[in-house]
Design a binder for this molecule. Structure first.
Ligand code: UT7
Length: 320
């Protein structure tokens, strides 16, 4: 038995922020952002937190799967921007959608979170512990961005994507994940400091800090590497794969992967122009769009690959 995605849902907040909107308070330029990143606009949440976005994406995925929320046995939310330190966003989702029989918890693997979630779910399903699960990537990174730092804040957007998975004969063929904790300072967001009435001073919260060029260099090397690895380890010829669904971080990273893998851009779907980088949500948001517009057909083979803070990376090969 393996994990098969039987339902997919996505939800992004309504409020659109264009590059030109950013130019009103930031020393930046629409043409620069389009040329250097491929982003034209992103969604920014004004009302709904991460759990609300996650719950709506989950409702849509459950509807798409045609199951009852009570059938879900496990909920994993991948997020780096939960509304509260505890309880988890996953238990919020459980309560909101009435998945009363599920165990629910969050994972943090930054932009690789959805693939990590699928990897964990695959383990539970292969071992027979659970048969039906829900994986959600959800972010409101807008609240941790330094909106005065033009080299990072222009990149990100808010949103959520969810997948219902179930034990089946075909589906996930292989997942692979990895981490390099020595590179943790390349991209991070400080949580609460140790300052309090014992240590002195007021508690502080940090903002995202990113060495963009380091992340870029890592991504253009790592993405082709893990895609090649997963194809080789499963003896899958690249031509058999219809879609390379890659984390949407920068169009130049996608184009570089296309060149290095010798895969035409027609096989690498792109929606970063409309959403920016939604971190853990980017892959399921893209999958939902592809399913809705008929690009994803039953039996299609697809590779997903992501990378992010940690540093972390992950890839999955599956039959849709
Ligand atoms: O999910 C993982 C999350 N992170 C990433 O994927 C980040 C990966 N890195 C990148 O996408 C790119 O490195 C960036 C888009 C962040 C930056 O692009 P770059 O081509 O690496 O630009 P740069 O940092 O080398 O900066 C080039 C110039 C600099 O000006 P000077 O020093 O040449 O005069 C920057 O100050 O571009 C300037 N610049 C900007 N100009 C207008 C940087 N950001 C902006 C901006 N608007 N928003």
């Amino acid at each position: 038995m393996t994990a098969k995605i039987i339902g997919i849902g996505a939800y992004a907040p309504e409020h659109i922020v264009t590059n030109r909107d950013l130019m009103e308070f930031l020393d930046t330029d629409d043409a620069w952002i389009r040329e250097r990143t491929g982003i034209c606009e992103r969604r920014i949440s004004t009302q709904e937190g991460t759990s609300a976005l996650a719950a709506e994406a989950a409702r849509r995925a459950v509807k798409d799967a045609g199951i009852r929320p009570e059938e879900i046995e496990i909920i994993i939310v991948a997020t780096s921007s939960a509304d509260r330190s505890f309880p988890s966003a996953a238990t919020d989702v459980q309560g909101a959608i009435g998945a009363d029989n599920a165990v629910a918890f969050d994972i943090t693997a930054a932009c690789s979170g959805f693939i990590y979630g699928l990897h964990i779910m695959q383990g539970f399903i292969q071992s027979g512990i659970y048969k039906t699960g829900l994986i959600i990537g959800a972010e409101t990174l807008s609240k941790v961005l330094d909106w005065t730092d033009r080299s990072s804040c222009i990149l990100f957007g808010d949103g959520a994507g969810a997948a219902v998975v179930q034990a089946a004969e075909t589906g996930v063929i292989k997942t692979l994940v990895g981490s390099d904790g020595r590179k943790g300072d390349v991209l991070y967001c400080q949580a609460r400091s140790l300052k309090n009435c014992i240590t002195g001073g007021k508690p502080e919260l940090g903002f995202m800090q990113m060495d963009g060029q380091e992340v870029f260099k890592f991504a253009v090397k790592k993405v082709p590497e893990i895609v090649t690895q997963i194809l080789e380890e499963t003896n899958t010829p690249g031509e058999e794969v219809q879609h390379y669904v890659l984390h949407q971080a920068n169009t130049r990273i996608l184009e570089s992967a296309s060149r290095r893998l010798k895969v035409p851009m027609e096989k690498i779907p792109v929606n970063i122009d409309r959403y920016g980088n939604t971190s853990a949500a980017s892959i399921p948001i893209l999958l939902e769009e592809m399913k809705r517009d008929g690009r994803l057909k039953p039996g299609d083979k697809l590779v997903m690959a992501g990378f992010g803070a940690g540093l972390t990376w992950g890839a999955a090969l599956l039959t849709w």
